[in-house]
Design a protein around this ligand. Structure first.
Ligand code: M6R
Length: 357
């Protein structure tokens, strides 16, 4: 139930810190170590390559999950859009493991791929929020998100839950291969949950920013480099699906290869700066768009922030920044939709689970 909240989306945004804490609990043993069923870890270790298959927000979670699995567990990962994969299958490795990410577990495009790869005899793991869902029943293994029902069409808490579960999967796999991940994931996820609390309490500032940048604009761009680029894609999807502003995410370095032609006087450009290694380059990209009239909204991480930034998020481990940098983007999208009198929880032309191909 919505309780005192005007919309499910706002309630679900606010539930994120609790969801992360619940996930830590669910995936922890009595000794306080992260654990995942041995069968699942064996299946990951038996694979020479992981193929993540997903749609929409879950696809964006997969892009970040690839970084987790490659950096921590050192297994190569490809991420594919479900609806493309079936007829445009890449050359597969000898021992693939298919990982389906789906909040609902009912997405028809993903199910079609699952049926296909099962026919080919490959193992499949589903990461879903819904126990007993089709994708969960038809795969060999399931990992649950424990995020509680997500009602708003725009996915919020499922995305951050997917990231947390993917990070745990990467960490447990790494440990099973005696690889040093170099940080304590339980501790770092605890810090993420605390940072989320701070962000959920910053709605008033974000409402003002949403009014300034999005109340009248026709379009908006989200830029970032590396992991920030993937979060930008998610920020753009959130904004477009509920506020109907044409929004696109781009890699900072790609702008000059075409997209920059779209920048006009006042075009909002949201730039993410959470990674030290690319902080100066993304700020260089901001200068390029500002020189062409863009209205920049820089969202940076504490420690990397500069005077011109619109919003600063608390510092967390650099691999885990997507779990918190997405939150201001979710809140901005929410207020943009509200200010534009859109139906936040039930945007036009969309359904919560897409059960047709
Ligand atoms: O249930 P799924 O995670 O498989 O759904 C995939 C997409 O349809 C879904 O993420 C969609 O993009 C959301 N409305 C985005 O907010």
């Amino acid at each position: 139930e919505k309780g005192t909240y005007p919309h499910y989306m706002l309630k679900e945004i606010d539930e994120q810190p609790a969801v992360i804490r619940k996930i830590i609990q669910h995936y922890q043993d009595e000794q306080g170590k992260l654990v995942i069923d041995r069968d699942i870890i064996d299946a990951v270790n038996a694979a020479d390559r992981v193929y993540i298959i997903a749609a929409g927000t879950s696809y964006h979670a997969g892009l970040v999950g690839k970084q987790f699995i490659e950096k921590m567990a050192k297994i190569p990962v490809e991420v594919h859009i479900s609806s493309e994969f079936g007829y445009n299958m890449p050359l597969l490795s000898e021992k693939p493991l298919f990982v389906f990410i789906s909040q609902s577990g009912e997405t028809a495009d993903s199910r079609a791929v699952l049926v296909q790869v099962k026919e080919m005899g490959y193992p499949a793991l589903t990461i879903t929020n819904v126990p007993g869902s089709t994708l969960s029943r038809e795969a060999d293994y399931t990992l649950l998100l424990h995020a509680g029902p997500e009602i708003a069409v725009a996915s919020t808490k499922a995305y951050t839950a997917q990231l947390a579960v993917l990070a745990i999967l990467a960490e447990v796999t790494a440990k099973s291969r005696s690889l040093e991940v170099g940080f304590d994931l339980i501790h770092e996820l605890g810090l993420v949950a605390n940072a989320m609390d701070v962000l959920c309490d910053s709605k008033e500032i974000l409402e003002v920013i949403a009014r300034e940048f999005f109340s009248v604009t026709r379009n908006a761009f989200f830029i970032g480099r590396g992991i920030d680029f993937y979060v930008g894609l998610e920020g753009a999807l959130k904004l477009k699906e509920i506020s109907y502003i044409q929004a696109e995410g781009f890699a900072g370095g790609e702008l000059k290869h075409g997209t920059i032609a779209l920048i006009e006087e006042g075009t909002p450009v949201v730039a993410l700066a959470t990674q030290e290694s690319v902080n100066l380059s993304i700020r260089g990209n901001v200068k390029e768009v500002v020189a062409r009239g863009a209205n920049p909204c820089i969202i940076s991480m504490n420690g990397l922030n500069m005077d011109e930034d619109s919003f600063v998020i608390p510092e967390v481990h650099e691999l885990l920044t997507p779990l918190i940098s997405v939150i201001p983007l979710q809140i901005l999208a929410y207020y943009a939709a509200l200010h534009r009198d859109c139906d936040v929880d039930k945007p036009r032309n969309l359904a919560k689970s897409v059960t047709v191909e």
